[in-house]
Design a protein. Sequence first.
Length: 113
Amino acid sequence: MEAFRTQASLTGDLKEVPGIGPSAVKKLKEEGIDNTYQLLGHYMKLAVTEEDENGENTKVDTYLLNQQFWEFLKTTGIASHRSAIVKAVCEKVASNYPAFHDANIYDDDDEED
């Protein structure tokens, strides 16, 4: 997970995302997601910003975003490692775009969903 989050650039191969194997690649491609760039883009597209009392956009609700992405993975038919995929994508986006949302909602790396 750490290697994926901190690697400088992506290759585009969906299997570079922790939790994604050949079966998940096939299911994502059926949804029109052919590479890691499209996967991260789909994740970010689901984001909804909230407004503060002054009407200014605030950070994305990370819990809601991750739940929506998890549900998206479920609808594709991905049955294994959905939570690991969500965590990997969440942390990758946060490491590259720190103002986007707060990925520190995870306290450790011990999930196997």
